[in-house]
Ligand binder design. Structure first.
Ligand code: 1HE
Length: 265
């Protein structure tokens, strides 16, 4: 169980529930297709920055027919260049708290996962998609540009060429196509997304905190290093993880025939 309650207040457009060690964050603005306004971005930043100690993983999902329609376009009209830069910076900071936060995050996707909604999903560590989910970057046709870290995260998932195509031509990818190109991590039957997301999140909480930290914080950074630096960093992280008493006791369990086997799932 989470050892204490979330110490920040969130806008009504974000709802939080607890299921054992997993916290569920729901985008709760279905009437606007979960378009992300300034309050929601500030709320996401605060939520991921103040997770109670007992939380081991987060599931993020959307209320209604769509995961998220992206940036709330109604807030865009009066912004000048300076304000635009600050606005994008706030999205960057909020989504960095997801990607490089304290616990792994599973996004459960359905309906539109578009624009800033796709940027949000790309900051999560695992993406579970129902068949209704589709991915798009409508920024290109709206005369704007991604601002929630999409240029950084999406090419690492799907490649620069695919992202260019999505933005230039408005191409969309279905949940199933997303599986082949790296946007969908798991494709599930209609209505089964949340159950699968929760199951995966619970499974993730069974890892040691040190292993989850290494996977979230070291792995993506090692992947950006030169091979020489990467091998050195990997050796250090691997040695640190092995020395953890919890790792020692899990290895002992396996060697004494108590630990789980790595069987086919
Ligand atoms: C919105 C938004 C929004 C819906 N901002 N209000 N994102 C986009 O370009 C996608 C824009 N949205 C859509 O294309 C469609 O709304 C959907 C395909 C997602 C859903 O269609 P539908 O028929 O279910 O809903 P709807 O009738 O279009 O919208 C319902 C209401 O939500 C309506 O408001 P209402 O007051 O008339 O009821 C819409 O105006 C409102 N709504 N989407 C504001 N996005 C950090 S940079 C990121 C840059 C971007 O994300 S750009 C991409 C923006």
């Amino acid at each position: 169980m989470a050892s204490d309650r979330l110490a920040v207040s969130l806008p009504e457009s974000l709802a939080v529930e607890q299921q054992g060690p997993v916290t569920i964050l729901r985008l709760n603005r279905a009437q606007k297709r979960n378009a992300l306004d300034d309050d929601m971005i500030a709320g996401i930043h605060a939520f991921f920055g103040h997770l109670p100690d007992g939380v081991g993983a987060v599931v993020i999902r959307g209320e209604g027919e769509h995961f998220s329609a992206g940036l709330d376009l109604s807030e865009l009209k009066e912004r000048d260049v300076r304000e635009g830069i600050a606005h994008s910076g706030r999205w960057h900071h909020a989504f960095e708290k997801i990607q490089y936060g304290r616990v792994p995050v599973v996004a459960v996707l359905h309906g539109a996962v578009v624009g800033g909604g796709l940027e949000l999903a790309a900051a999560a560590h695992v993406r579970v998609a129902e068949p209704s989910a589709y991915y798009a970057l409508p920024e290109g046709s709206r005369g704007i540009y991604v601002g929630g870290g999409g240029s950084v995260r999406l090419p690492r998932l799907i490649g620069v060429a695919r992202m260019m195509d999505m933005m230039l031509t408005g191409r969309t990818y279905s949940a199933e196509e997303g599986l082949a190109i790296g946007l969908t991590t798991y494709l599930v039957e209609p209505g089964k997304g949340f159950a699968k997301g929760l199951e995966l999140a619970q499974r993730i909480t069974e890892n040691t905190a040190l292993t989850n930290f290494a996977i979230m914080h070291a792995l993506p950074r090692i992947a950006e290093m030169t091979p020489d630096s990467g091998f050195a960093m990997e050796a250090l992280i691997s040695a640190i993880a092995q020395a953890d008493p919890e790792a020692k006791s899990r290895l002992k369990d396996f060697l004494e025939k108590r630990g789980p086997k790595a069987t086919r799932g």
